[in-house]
Design a protein around this ligand. Structure first.
Ligand code: SF4
Ligand code: SF4
Length: 170
């Protein structure tokens, strides 16, 4: 997208993002896809504190390059897993998230997907993740415009982070 097509959107009072994706883009998560839950998700410090109140961190998190991630674990099933048979420790056999269902909470990065966030010249930018273009089944299958629902993808915490960039993966 060229620079003049980017647009600034206020997501919360005084919290703006620069939108890099097509404003016509729609998204609705497709039941049974679970692709984005086959990976280990990054936990920001605040997420880690929240998770500590809900799960055993020793069993469900792992360190990678100085940061904390939710553990990927081998699952005893054929669906809702990656090519190596593993998925997020919180992904249940039925393809639903234990945290979301039982705690009504999920890590920030799980809300952000399929978007990518990054800081540029002090502004928070938001685009679609490259991997989402390839694997996410929820893009452009509904009437729900992403640009009109940014607060559902972008928890306010993101504006407080020194490094919110979503390119860190397990
Ligand atoms: S915590 Fe839940 S929503 Fe996030 S990746 Fe794991 S199963 Fe998916
Ligand atoms: S990859 Fe997209 S459609 Fe699939 S579970 Fe994740 S957000 Fe939903």
């Amino acid at each position: 997208m060229s620079a003049d097509q980017r647009r600034r959107v206020e997501v919360y009072p005084d919290r703006e993002v620069v939108v890099e994706f097509d404003p016509e883009l729609t998204f609705e998560c497709v039941e049974d896809c679970t692709w984005c839950c086959h990976h280990g998700v990054l936990l920001y410090d605040k997420d880690l504190l929240e998770l500590a109140q809900r799960a055993n961190l020793a069993e469900t998190t792992t360190d990678f390059r100085g940061e904390k991630f939710v553990t990927r674990e081998e699952k005893d099933r054929d669906d809702h897993v990656g090519d190596d048979g593993c998925a997020c420790a919180f992904l249940r056999d039925d393809g639903l998230c234990t945290l979301h269902l039982e705690e009504d909470w999920k890590p920030t990065r799980c809300s952000v997907f399929p978007l990518a966030v990054f800081l540029e010249d002090g502004d928070l930018h938001v685009d679609i993740r490259d991997s989402a273009h390839e694997h996410c089944e929820g893009l452009n299958v509904s009437e729900r415009k992403v640009i009109e629902n940014l607060e559902a993808f972008l928890p306010e915490l993101l504006w407080e982070l020194e490094n919110p960039d979503s390119d860190r993966e397990l």
